[in-house]
Ligand binder design. Structure first.
Ligand SMILES: C[S@@+](CC[C@H](N)C(=O)[O-])C[C@H]1O[C@@H](n2cnc3c(N)ncnc32)[C@H](O)[C@@H]1O
Length: 226
């Protein structure tokens, strides 16, 4: 189902705004990737990708299936003075129009929960990852405190409804972990770990090793099965 871009952006650009710098920090400290090409999949208004571009030397490709969202991402790129450090690309995560092994870091926040074919999506992300590249895919609000205050605010905006809170609980819950693991297995991807806690939310961290038996950096200690 297509999301209403302007409506989502009114929330993303205000209530969610403090979330993106925290998540960008978490991604950088987990992966250590600060140069090369970053692909923000399901970028929406582009706030996570923009934060990564602003705080690193990454060139960020903003990718989304919605042209309305990409129009907002273009506005974010311009507002942050990132025109020479970013571009946009439209498409579905299951068919990314980029060459094999061309992306050093894939990030994706809040999008994976609506991907229809997770196996195909993970396989496609793995295809575009460069050797020793990283993917950081999932959802969260940066910290438990921030998540709880956003949930309270969403509930009060929606006349006390728990709809938003329940959706977050479902998305970041155990069932999603099982879905991730099933899809990764079907895609034949063994180098990954799943980060899950109250502060960061739920993230799949995927690696692409040239020689799967060899773990090239100490950061890879989180990786299972590689
Ligand atoms: C909830 S929004 C999150 C936006 C942004 N990442 C953020 O954190 O603010 C989900 C985004 O994923 C995009 N999306 C959903 N399914 C997609 C798919 N299969 N391929 C590409 N983009 C997709 C939607 O168009 C939307 O912009």
């Amino acid at each position: 189902m297509e999301i209403d871009a302007e409506k989502y952006d009114r929330i993303a650009s205000t209530l969610f705004a403090p979330v993106y710098p925290l998540i960008a920090d978490q991604i950088i400290s987990q992966t250590g990737v600060t140069r090369g090409i970053c692909l923000d999949v399901g970028c929406g208004g582009g706030y996570l990708g923009a934060e990564l571009a602003r705080t690193t030397e990454l060139f960020v490709r903003f990718f989304d299936r919605s042209s309305e969202m990409l129009a907002i991402a273009c506005r974010t790129i311009a507002q942050n003075g990132l025109r020479d450090r970013a571009d946009t690309l439209r498409g579905d995560v299951t068919a990314i129009d980029l060459p094999d092994s061309s992306v050093n870091l894939v990030v994706s926040r809040g999008s994976v929960f609506s991907w229809e074919d997770l196996t195909k999506a993970f396989r496609e992300i793995h295809r575009v990852l460069a050797p020793d590249g990283w993917a950081y895919i999932g959802g969260g609000f940066g910290s438990r405190k921030l998540k709880e205050s956003i949930e309270r605010e969403m509930s009060s905006r929606n006349q006390g409804s728990d709809q938003f809170r329940n959706k977050v609980r479902r998305n970041l819950g155990a069932e999603t972990i099982t879905r991730f693991e099933t899809a990764l297995q079907a895609a034949g991807i063994v180098s990954f770990s799943i980060l899950h806690n109250d502060d960061i939310g739920l993230w799949l961290v995927m690696r692409k090793f040239v020689h799967p038996g060899i773990i090239p950096s100490n950061r890879a200690s989180n990786t299972q099965g590689g």
